[in-house]
Structures are given as C-alpha cells and as structure tokens.
Design a protein around this ligand. Structure first.
Ligand code: RB5
Length: 143
C-alpha cells in the first residue's frame, strides 16, 4: 500500500514514529512534510495529503497536527477526501467500516505514540462494510 503522510510542526515527532512503523510493515510512504519542528501552517499539509489521496497518487493518507483537528479540517476540504480524526482504536475501526475514511488524522500532542500506532494499524487493516454505509458515503462525495 502507498500511504501519503503529512504533518505540521505539532505532528512532526509523531509523523516520524508512524513512518518507522509503516516501514516495518512494508508499506510504501510518500512524505509530504513538514521536515522539522519549526512552525508551519497545517492547512498546507492537510491539503497536500488530501490531494495526493483524491488524485489517486496514494492509496490513503495520514495527517497529523497538534490536535489533529486543524489538519483534518484542511484535508476534508479536498473533494473526494473522507478524513476521520481518531483518538481511539474503536474510532479507527468505525471510520473505516462506516465512513470508508481514506485519510486518518491524529493529534501529535494529544495521543500517546503507542496508542497512535494501534490506531494506524486498525485503520489500515479494517475494510469498509459497504451496504447502507455506501449510500451515505456517496452522499458525502456528492457534497
Ligand atoms: C499549532 O500550534 C497547532 O495549532 C496545530 O498543530 C493544530 O493543533 C491545529 O489544529
């Protein structure tokens, strides 16, 4: 799987941890920045990751800022993106099963790294259920 990943400075440390985990799994990564803890603007990175996924350049995306909130808002502005901010494994499972989320958002300052990796694993390994949920995700994609 090819995964696009991006963060602002608040998510940089967790982005590096997630990348290491993805490499261990054997996934391919396209890192869209940022490259340090120097202050940057999260909309730039949320948009870049969203566009990589919406264009088909990446199979799915992971975006990280301090809380995950701002960068998830940015990613969701890109048509075709369904970005879910997850703070638990259950949320990661449900945003895949029900929302067919194609981008995962995490909070680098609000979610411990160990939990974040469990969330990433669940997000990547859970399939969309389809059925009644497909009608709803189609509605989202029409917006
Ligand atoms: C940056 O200080 C912080 O505002 C950002 O990482 C994020 O938490 C925004 O939602």
């Amino acid at each position: 799987m090819l995964i696009a990943i991006a963060s602002d400075h608040g998510g940089f440390a967790l982005k590096e941890t997630v990348k290491e985990y993805l490499r261990e799994r054997g996934d391919k990564i396209v890192d869209l920045g940022t490259t340090s803890e120097e202050s940057v603007d999260y909309p730039v990175y949320g948009k870049a990751c969203g566009e990589a996924v919406a264009s088909g350049k990446a199979d799915c995306g992971i975006v990280i800022c301090g809380t995950g909130i701002g960068i998830s808002i940015a990613a969701n502005k890109v048509k075709g993106v369904r970005c879910g901010l997850c703070t638990s494994v259950e949320m990661a499972e449900l945003t895949r099963r029900h929302n067919n989320a194609n981008v995962l958002a995490l909070g680098g300052r609000t979610t411990e790294p160990e939990l974040a990796l469990d969330i990433v694993k669940t997000f990547l390994d859970t399939e969309f259920e389809g059925g009644r949920h497909k009608r709803r995700t189609d509605m989202l994609d029409e917006m």
